[in-house]
Design a protein around this ligand. Structure first.
Ligand SMILES: *Cc1c(COP(=O)(O)O)cnc(C)c1O
Length: 309
């Protein structure tokens, strides 16, 4: 909803194109479709799993209006390069920061690096209101327009006067209260998630397992602890996950690339396809204990061993 609202605020719709990463949660592209525009999928970089500026450039056409970088699994995108491209071509940047509350890029927080940004407060995000989310922007004009459209586009001067079609995209006060309390504890949540990732690194990296990326100049947050398995295909990865499930360890596969989904089917983006097939997320939450992380790590190493046999 927040992404849809931002697109409406920026006047993006029918006939427009918006560049999104191929590897993301489906909502990034769905919002573009909901606004009446067309999502164009660009590949991600192997180094940070985020939108590749070099892949964006050749996809820009006369119809392109915006780029939506997604800070995937909590890692900030290469924003300087994306901003330079956007500036040169007169495009908007809308950050999808749904998975990256608190992450920093060259000392600046995500959510303040584009024209507008959105955060999700869904149940599995770094802070939650059960369902919900928010829009951030440093433009008073866009903020005012977003508040107007989310409240049925009702005139602030004349009650029940509507000059255009708006939405009910308001958050309930009950959920907002929960969100305020969550926000007071966000430092704790981020620190504990960092601890979880560092503990996984301790047990897994010496065994050659690749975990979440960390590019110079960035301060990622650990939305989920991710693993990219070596020398394996999608079937093998799924076998590892099934084996872990038998050991009582719940995992999640990486997102399918958008270009693999029926409604967005188009030519495969190699890096997105490869990461998607080999990636999985391990249990990640604030009070996950070292002993549990050790057990999960050992189960993973064993599951990988047995899948190679
Ligand atoms: C979770 C998520 C969303 C959508 O958030 P909802 O609150 O579930 O609508 C959008 N983009 C990304 C990248 C996400 O991970």
């Amino acid at each position: 909803m927040a992404l849809h609202l931002v697109l409406k605020v920026l006047g993006i719709g029918e006939g427009d194109e918006v560049i999104v990463p191929d590897l993301t949660f489906v909502a990034t592209a769905n919002a573009v479709v909901l606004a009446g525009a067309t999502p164009v999928m660009a590949d991600v970089r192997r180094s940070d799993w985020c939108l590749d500026p070099e892949a964006v450039k050749p996809l820009i056409t006369a119809r392109t209006r915006a780029i939506i970088p997604v800070h995937l699994y909590g890692h900030p995108c290469e924003m300087d390069e994306l901003r330079a491209i956007a500036q040169a071509r007169g495009l908007r940047i809308i950050e999808d920061a749904a998975e990256a509350h608190g992450a920093e890029y060259h000392g600046r927080r995500v959510g303040g690096l584009g024209t507008c940004a959105m955060f999700s407060f869904y149940g599995n995000k770094i802070i939650t209101t059960g369902e919900g989310g928010c829009v951030t922007t440093d433009s008073d004009e866009f903020a005012e327009r977003a508040r107007f459209l989310r409240d049925h586009a009702m005139s602030t001067e004349k009650r029940y006067w509507h000059s255009e079609v708006g939405y009910n995209y308001r958050m309930t006060n009950l959920q907002a209260a929960l969100g305020v309390a969550q926000l007071e504890r966000i430092g704790h949540f981020i620190a504990e998630r960092d601890r979880v990732l560092e503990t996984y690194r301790h047990y897994l990296e010496p065994n050659g397992v690749t975990l979440n990326p960390q590019m110079d100049g960035t301060r990622p947050v650990n939305w989920t602890t991710c693993v990219i398995l070596d020398d394996i295909d999608r079937k093998g990865r799924d076998k590892v996950m099934a084996r872990l499930k038998e050991d009582g360890v719940d995992t999640r596969p990486f997102f399918y690339p958008l270009t693999a989904l029926p409604m967005y089917e188009s030519s495969q983006q190699p890096v997105s396809a490869d990461l998607s097939a080999r990636g999985l997320s391990l249990p990640t939450y604030t009070d996950l204990e070292e002993e549990e992380i050790k057990t999960i790590s050992q189960a993973l190493l064993q599951a990988v061993q047995s899948s190679l046999r």
